[in-house]
Structures are given as C-alpha cells and as structure tokens.
Design a protein around this ligand. Structure first.
Ligand SMILES: [Zn+2]
Ligand SMILES: [Zn+2]
Length: 182
C-alpha cells in the first residue's frame, strides 16, 4: 500500500503563498489564478513540509519544471530572491520593478507614486528622471508634478538576473555601485 502523501498544513501553505505575493514565483510569469506548492527537496527524497522547502508556482511553471524545462537552480534562486526582496521592499515596489522591466520604458507617476517607490530609489534600482508640470484642467485647479520613473542599469541587471534565476548575478548587481551609462 502506498504511504499517504502528506500535504503541507494550511498555515504553512498560506505563508508560502504570502511569501510569493500570491503569485507564481517565476518573475517572468507571476500568474495569480491557481497556485501549486512545489517541494524543492521532493517528498520522495524526504523533503519536508516546512516553508523553506516549499515554493509557490502556477501549474504551468510547475509542470515546466518537472519536465526539466525550468532547472532546479532557478527555483532555488527565485526562492532566495523572494526572501531577500521581501525584506528589502514592499509588494508594490516588487511589482513596480517587474512592471518597469516588462514595459521597457519609463512610467509616469505622481508625487505620491514617487513616495511609493522610495525604497527602490534608495537602493538605486530606479531613478526619477524628471519632474514636469501638468497642464491646467477644468477638473483640477492649478497644476501638479508628474515624474518619470525608470530602471537604472543596476535595476535592469537585478531584474534580468532574477528572471534568469541567476542568484549570484542578482546579488552582485545589488552590491555593485550604481553607474549611469551614457
Ligand atoms: Zn513540484
Ligand atoms: Zn508561472
């Protein structure tokens, strides 16, 4: 008789989902619909149901991994990077990093938006390139400033390494001084 495979307890599952922001841990995917819990060390190899051994993945990325199309090193790197990014940034900042990478051009934000990405600016991941006044409209008396937010080279390197699952390069990019290329 096959032993009954134990599933992670609900509170552990919630913790692992929370860690990934209730999104697939693959930074290229970030699907939100349904999420599996993958064991980094398989249950068959005595992998446990503790949070350190578990990673939230969407069914598609999960099966890509088990088909050998996403290597285990990538999963481990995503896990470690999620833990460190969660320490350094809030959810909105992490989403903004990926959004800036995905659109591939600067985004315009208001003054409040600038405050939202303060931690990304402080760590040199994004920069505010300019502030300009909006035109007066009939709905708003006066004008307000719009800022342009974009990834720095350091931010681009970090997100690139994160997407490739290259933990070493991601750490190096965070530790490297911020340089602006011309
Ligand atoms: Zn799995
Ligand atoms: Zn996915």
């Amino acid at each position: 008789m096959a032993p009954n495979r134990k599933k992670p307890p609900l509170d552990v599952k919630r913790l692992v989902l929370h860690e990934a922001g209730y999104k697939c841990s693959n930074p290229v995917c970030r699907s939100i619909l349904t999420l599996d819990i993958h064991h980094l060390v398989p249950v068959a190899k005595k992998g446990d149901n503790l949070p350190d051994n578990l990673l939230a993945l969407c069914p598609n990325c999960h099966s890509l991994h088990h088909q050998g199309k996403i290597p285990e090193e990538s999963l481990r790197a995503w896990k470690m990077l999620l833990l460190s990014l969660n320490e350094a940034f809030d959810r909105r900042s992490i989403d903004l990093l990926l959004a800036l990478d995905r659109v591939g051009r600067p985004l315009y934000v208001s003054g409040d938006g600038v405050l939202d990405c303060a931690s990304l600016i402080a760590t040199g991941m994004v920069c505010i390139t300019e502030g300009r006044k909006t035109e007066k409209t009939t709905h708003h008396y006066g004008s307000h400033f719009i800022y342009t937010v974009e990834l720095t080279n350091k931010g681009k390197q970090m997100v690139g390494a994160w997407k490739r699952g290259d933990q070493k390069a991601a750490i190096q990019s965070v530790e490297s001084p911020n340089t602006h290329s011309t």
